[in-house]
Design a protein around this ligand. Structure first.
Ligand code: ACO
Length: 349
């Protein structure tokens, strides 16, 4: 493996290149599930909380409403509901699950892992469990990590979940961020299958040099919780939106191209592209650069806003349930988030 540097505009993105035969990985996504909380928060309601407007939010982001979890509904609860749907559709028993990976930036608590709480709630008594933190790219990272355990024959059945209660870390006084995010969860079950369809490649990257762009400054070892950190509102998500926007377009475009190159595919061969649902303008810019058609891109951000690690997982569930995808179709997952992290995966469904 070696590293190439791709120049896009004035941005430089590192992409790990690999020359493997990606066909015939013995791992399938056998089922998916999704869950969003019942409570809907509309742009009109946000107009009453901060100095914003439905017009600004719609034209700048495409978001019309988002879901907000109940006070007593935690990330593990959202994850559990999505997981149970995937388990039912996959026609498996929770005891058959060997590993649970929960991708999240809003765990119920810093520890124990939310994955352990989900394990108990779904009754997956045999499973190992851990959380994975790659922000909005977390679900795609999780799929690839889960698949690696299956390819190595360490595990037979892996449950991967992207789940977030972002409403718990959003600063409801900051109009720059509070209009963007929502809560929800999506899940996928991976299983060993010889000569199966599955994840053909996952092209992942990160740039810690830009870790300051999206950050929750306090609550970790750097700034443990104190009265001062609370008063300074350091336990909320902070984001430099414009800079994040530019990096998101470049990174997702570059990762998508590399994933296509690895699989020797042209973008026109992809039936459905499922991007991270952060902003319709980001999605549109990536679509245009890739030369893909509007009908290839799946967008549901108008209903849910940005649900970080849950975003691609919820969208994948909606695409599959809509019947739009048939076995053998090619799907591309694309994401970008805090870290910075990014990922592009191609699935043969
Ligand atoms: N309502 C009204 N005005 C607003 C609002 C609001 N909710 N928010 C910001 N503004 C104002 C700003 O104050 C600014 O005013 P000024 O020009 O007087 O200073 C103006 O609107 C423009 O602000 P920008 O930040 O330049 O607006 P931009 O067009 O960049 O849109 C946005 C902002 C939507 C945040 C965009 O930059 C974006 O989507 N960024 C990427 C976010 C993303 O992809 N995040 C992914 C990772 S999230 C994660 O990892 C958890």
């Amino acid at each position: 493996m070696f590293i190439i540097f791709l120049m896009t505009g004035n941005k430089k993105i590192r992409v790990p290149r690999a020359e493997f035969d990606y066909k015939g990985r013995p791992c399938s996504i056998i089922s998916v599930g999704g869950y969003v909380p019942e409570k809907i928060l509309t742009n009109a309601e946000l107009e009453k909380r901060v100095n914003t407007s439905d017009e600004w939010i719609t034209t700048r982001t495409g978001i019309k409403e988002r879901r907000i979890a109940a006070k007593d509904e935690f990330t593990s609860d959202l994850a559990t509901k999505a997981a149970l749907k995937a388990i039912e559709r996959g026609n498996i028993k929770p005891e058959e699950i060997d590993l649970i990976i929960v991708a999240t930036i809003t765990p119920d608590m810093p520890f124990p892992a939310t994955a352990c709480l989900v394990q108990e709630k779904i009754g997956a008594k045999r499973a190992a469990a851990f959380d994975l933190e790659a922000a909005c790219s977390g679900f795609i990272y999780g799929l690839e990590v889960g698949q690696q355990f299956i390819i190595s024959r360490t595990f037979e059945t892996v449950l991967v979940i992207g789940a977030e209660k972002l409403s718990s870390i959003v600063d409801w006084e900051d109009r720059n961020t509070c209009v963007l995010f929502g809560d929800g969860a999506g899940a996928a079950i991976l299983r060993h299958r010889e000569n199966s369809h599955g994840l053909l490649t996952a092209c992942m990257g990160s740039d810690g040099g830009k870790s300051n762009l999206i950050v929750m400054p306090a609550g970790g070892s750097k700034n443990p919780a104190t009265i001062e950190t609370v008063n300074s509102r350091l336990h909320y998500l902070k984001m430099e939106g414009r800079e994040t926007f530019k990096n998101a377009v470049t990174a997702m475009y570059t990762a998508a191209n590399e994933a296509l190159r690895r699989c020797n595919l042209d973008v026109s061969q992809i039936k459905c592209i499922i991007p991270h649902q952060a902003n319709k303008r980001i999605i549109e810019a990536v679509r245009q650069r890739l030369g893909a058609s509007e009908s290839q891109f799946f967008v549901n951000l108008q209903k849910y806003g940005n649900t970080s690690a849950a975003s691609v997982a919820i969208a994948l569930d909606e695409v599959v349930q809509s019947g739009k995808i048939n076995r053998g179709d090619l799907i591309m997952l694309l994401a970008f988030g805090a870290g910075l992290t990014w990922a592009a995966a191609i699935i043969e469904w």
